[in-house]
Design a protein. Structure first.
Length: 247
């Protein structure tokens, strides 16, 4: 069974279009958790174009006080400011991504060989009992890349599924992307790493992904789920994504 973590970045981005407190990121977190999501994910970027630093603290308090069983996953590039934020908030999971501040969204995984010393140092700083470290991973990282990821001391890798998600009108390319994802997933399991997935997963492409890529522990889904929620509401969207993920 794959757990669902709802990424709230799109909710925050909509709120930030106006100098108003709605839609409420905390309020929507409460909605998706009540609907059965296992946790929430945020990516607080330096320019605060969607999730703000204040959101991180507000969500941490919500989960601590009202949903102690839910998991808080914070994504980000491991700058000094990000590491300091993690130490203050102490989420259950930290996902390290190789984002440049100018990127619109995460669009590639780490080069685990080139960044091995850096990532090992960061993982050692952040890892502690009760806190899992995950590394954003290209779909074609393969056994060699996974071996380097394992050497950092991380607990999991998160498969970047954006390339697969972009194949919505190209079935042949989608098959090739799924094959790469499946191979890297198998390598992660063989290395003893846990496995997450995220980016552009939808109700339409999730069934094929779940059939091809075995043993995904958690999927972080935001854009697709939010788009569906505009039509059906967040509780129903969460229910439908859980239905696919839990098989």
């Amino acid at each position: 069974m794959t757990l669902l973590s709802v990424n709230l970045n799109a909710v925050a981005q909509l709120r930030n279009r106006r100098d108003l407190p709605w839609p409420s990121v905390v309020g929507m977190a409460r909605v998706v958790l009540d609907a059965g999501a296992s946790g929430v994910t945020v990516h607080p970027r330096p320019d605060e174009r969607h999730i703000r630093r204040s959101d991180v603290f507000d969500l941490s308090a919500l989960l601590r006080d009202e949903y102690p069983q839910a998991e808080f996953n914070i994504e980000g590039y491991p700058s000094e400011d990000f590491i300091a934020l993690i130490e203050l908030v102490n989420p259950q999971q930290v996902t390290l991504v190789p984002d440049d501040p100018a990127q619109a969204t995460s669009d590639h995984g780490w080069d685990f060989h080139a960044n091995n010393n850096f990532l090992t140092s960061v993982v050692q700083k952040l890892k502690q009992p009760g806190r899992r470290i995950s590394l954003f991973c290209d779909p074609d990282a393969g056994a060699k890349g996974i071996s380097a990821a394992k050497a950092t001391g991380a607990d999991r890798v998160e498969l970047y599924t954006g390339l697969y998600g972009g194949c919505y009108d190209d079935p042949a390319r989608a098959e090739a992307e799924l094959a790469a994802l499946a191979d890297t997933a198998a390598a992660a399991h063989a290395a003893g790493l846990g496995l997450n997935a995220g980016h552009d997963l939808t109700l339409e492409n999730l069934p094929a992904f779940q059939a091809a890529v075995k043993g995904v522990d958690e999927a972080s889904i935001g854009h697709g789920l939010t788009a569906d929620a505009l039509l059906m509401g967040f509780p129903e969207a969460v229910r439908r994504y859980r239905e696919v993920l839990e098989g």
